[in-house]
Design a protein around this ligand. Structure first.
Ligand SMILES: [Zn+2]
Length: 179
């Protein structure tokens, strides 16, 4: 990623901080977004962290540290710490220089933040995307589109999803919870 513009530093990227502030700022921010767009969510590999909408901002601070704001999806989601590690690794690999990861708790992440592309990927993966209308509308089977479905469990393979079954095709499927 734009490595030619960076000084020949060690693998730690320490020397990158020597770049004049502002000189490469756009490149670093864009490179960080590109790197984050490739990081898969550990619980739903069909989605990247950017698809999920949990990367709230990437900004270059006056002290030349690239600050990344991350929101946890569900409070207490055990993947949160793991995701921080994935982000740190991806940014190190992208050689964007010194970074800081800030947890953004407010405004709280909501399933509304999942991008349209993310919703499309969820559906293609066989997981019903979150919907605001869930309480009043039946959940359609992602395989046969039948609305003759039932909820088997409030929790699917992860706490973020509930488990359902279609009475038509008899296949179980998961539903991304709306919060
Ligand atoms: Zn079905």
């Amino acid at each position: 990623m734009n490595a030619a513009a960076l000084p020949a530093g060690g693998p730690t990227g320490r020397a990158i901080a020597a770049v004049a502030p502002g000189a490469d700022s756009g490149g670093r921010v864009a490179a960080a977004w590109r790197a984050l767009a490739l990081v898969e969510d550990p619980e739903i590999p069909a989605l990247t962290l950017v698809d999920l909408g949990i990367v709230r901002f990437v900004t270059l601070r006056p002290d030349d540290v690239l600050e990344v704001g991350l929101s946890p999806t569900y409070t207490g989601c055990p993947a949160t710490e793991f995701i921080r590690g994935l982000v740190a690794q991806a940014l190190a690999d992208a050689q964007v220089g010194a970074i800081a990861i800030t947890q953004v708790l407010s405004p709280a992440w909501s399933s509304d933040w999942i991008t349209p592309e993310g919703r499309r990927k969820l559906a293609a993966y066989g997981i019903v995307p979150p919907s605001d209308d869930r309480s009043s509308h039946p959940i359609g089977c992602p395989r046969c589109n039948s609305i003759d479905t039932e909820r088997i469990s409030q929790f699917g393979s992860t706490p973020c999803k509930s488990l359902h079954r279609c009475r038509q095709c008899l296949e179980p499927f998961e539903c991304f919870k709306c919060i």
